[in-house]
Design a protein around this ligand. Structure first.
Ligand SMILES: [Zn+2]
Length: 529
């Protein structure tokens, strides 16, 4: 960042003053009342002023260049959520959502295109903000598809984008339309200010991330020229809060993802008439094995990446007991102490599910299949376990061997799910390779941009690189050695985190606004003027 660019943001650390300015401008522009949650909820509201702190200079600059003002991040997120882009496994309908984005980009003077896939209405959108070409492009990757909903378990319509008590509800609010809205809004603010970047900035709004064949891997094969970049930013690192659920505690950027694989546990029995059951039906045999597995957890394995993360967490937390547990974990020399310390960390952490996942290979019971008719006892029962290994920690092949040992007396078979025609040995070799992929460098322009934006936006929090407990669509770039990182740029609490792929998915509106400021600062690093 140049000194001059620093000046552009130099006075943005005065929340009281700029909050008032923001409110005044919102009223002025939209003529709308401020909602009960302190949030302007009117639709069609446009202004950089939606960001109280960063956008103050945006309005003047935008007016000077007569550019179209950037959207409001909440209003854009609401528009995104209202397109039902559910991906049930065979692609989602992302076309109308894509057309909306296309209009947004082209109205701002940014060239954009829709890339169809072989599945009707399942499309990618690529926008490219032309830069000075001084470095390879920066690519923001944000999927537009979402996972299905258990509608009956939501307290609101998952596609109505309801704002309640300061939170925006909807499928994708967190994963990852919220991140898309923050990033696209931040870029459009820059564009409205007449920004010129030192490199092209590509925004790929991909489909088939949650499932399906035509995601970023397919797209990279078809159109690599459109996706070639020097670094990539997508979903990943969490911005965690202290115990109060809102005070920023730890901001993390992920530099690697856990390694994804599936195991099938299968029990056999005798298919027969249900009037004459025998004593070892497949369903019962399977259930016994699952009870064993449900009570068991893989051993804790720390890596340099997770050590750095837990060390940062120890410095960040205001909970002395959690800090002690983390110090014990990091100092542990033997397995017993390590496991005991990990148990204490999970107990004290405000985000126990997340922190458990960062400590070890996880196994989640996701699909169970057995039986099809009331008067037939099925001959087979199967459960699928979705597993995620820590890269550089326990290898998937070690985990598989451990599960087989654990269940050796249970009369079940444990198989690694493979692609058609692939042997177990081949699948394990491929997993070894993914497991050994080094984390993205912490010495790139993008990493520095994220680090600097974190410190400036969340000055009271500790910033750290991290491991993502889930997966992303970064693999086409990672395979080519292009550094890829992840952030969800809004502070969330544990309940919101659990809503990811769950019920009542939501984020705080204020966290979205601050996250938009954060993304603005990330992109600001690449600005020439
Ligand atoms: Zn996602």
């Amino acid at each position: 960042m140049t000194d001059r660019q620093g000046d552009r943001l130099a006075d943005d650390a005065s929340p009281g003053r700029s909050d008032r300015a923001g409110l005044t401008r919102r009223r002025f522009l939209a003529g709308s009342a401020v909602g009960a949650a302190g949030v302007a909820a009117g639709s069609g509201l446009v202004s950089g002023a939606a960001s109280p702190s960063v956008a103050a200079p945006a309005v003047g600059a935008a007016a000077a260049t007569a550019a179209r003002p950037a959207p409001d991040p909440l209003e854009l997120l609401q528009r995104m959520i209202r397109f039902d882009t559910t991906n049930t496994g065979k692609g989602g309908n992302t076309l109308e959502h894509g057309r909306m984005l296309l209009r947004l980009w082209t109205d701002a003077g940014v060239p954009a295109e829709i890339i169809p896939t072989p599945v009707a209405n399942n499309v990618h959108v690529i926008a490219r903000i032309k830069g000075a070409g001084r470095a390879k492009p920066l690519l923001f990757l944000g999927h537009s598809d979402v996972v299905p909903v258990e509608r009956e378990n939501w307290s609101v319509d998952p596609f109505a984008a309801v704002v309640r008590n300061g939170e925006i509800y909807g499928r994708g609010a967190l994963d990852m339309k919220g991140a898309n809205s923050a990033s696209i809004t931040a870029l459009l603010r820059h564009v409205a200010q007449g920004a010129r970047f030192d490199r092209d900035i590509i925004v790929l709004t991909d489909c088939d991330e949650e499932a399906g064949e035509y995601g970023s891997g397919w797209l990279a094969k078809q159109h690599w020229d459109k996706l070639d970049a020097g670094s990539v930013l997508t979903e990943g690192g969490w911005f965690l809060a202290q115990k109060d659920g809102t005070t920023p505690m730890l901001t993390s950027v992920t530099r690697q993802d856990k390694v994804y694989f599936n195991l099938d546990i299968t029990a056999k029995g005798t298919a027969t008439h249900s009037s004459k059951p025998d004593r070892s039906p497949a369903v019962v045999t399977l259930s016994r094995a699952l009870v064993d597995l449900g009570a068991w957890r893989a051993p804790v394995r720390l890596t340099p990446v997770t050590r750095e993360y837990f060390d940062a967490l120890a410095r960040a937390t205001d909970d002395a007991a959690l800090e002690r547990a983390l110090r014990l974990l990091l100092r542990a020399r033997d397995r017993r102490t390590l496991e005991r310390a990990a148990g204490l960390v999970e107990k004290r952490s405000g985000y126990p599910w997340l922190h458990t996942a960062l400590l070890r290979t996880t196994h989640a019971f996701v699909i169970e299949e057995a039986g099809y008719k009331e008067n037939v006892i099925p001959s087979e029962a199967t459960a699928r376990l979705n597993c995620r290994a820590v890269p550089g920690g326990q290898k998937p092949r070690e985990f598989l061997a451990q599960v087989r040992r654990l269940l050796r007396d249970r009369d079940v078979t444990v198989t690694l799910a493979t692609t058609p025609g692939q042997s177990e040995a081949q699948a394990l070799a491929a997993l070894d390779e993914t497991w050994a992929t080094p984390p993205a460098s912490v010495d790139t322009d993008l990493f520095h941009a994220i680090s600097q934006a974190s410190v400036r936006t969340y000055p009271g929090a500790v910033f750290t690189p991290a491991l993502f407990e889930a997966g992303t669509s970064l693999s086409p770039w990672r395979k080519k050695g292009i550094p890829g990182y992840g952030v969800y740029p809004y502070v969330i609490d544990n309940e919101q985190l659990v809503g990811m792929h769950g019920n009542d998915e939501r984020i705080r509106v204020q966290a979205l606004r601050t996250g938009t400021d954060f993304m603005y600062r990330v992109f600001d690093r690449f600005r020439l003027r």
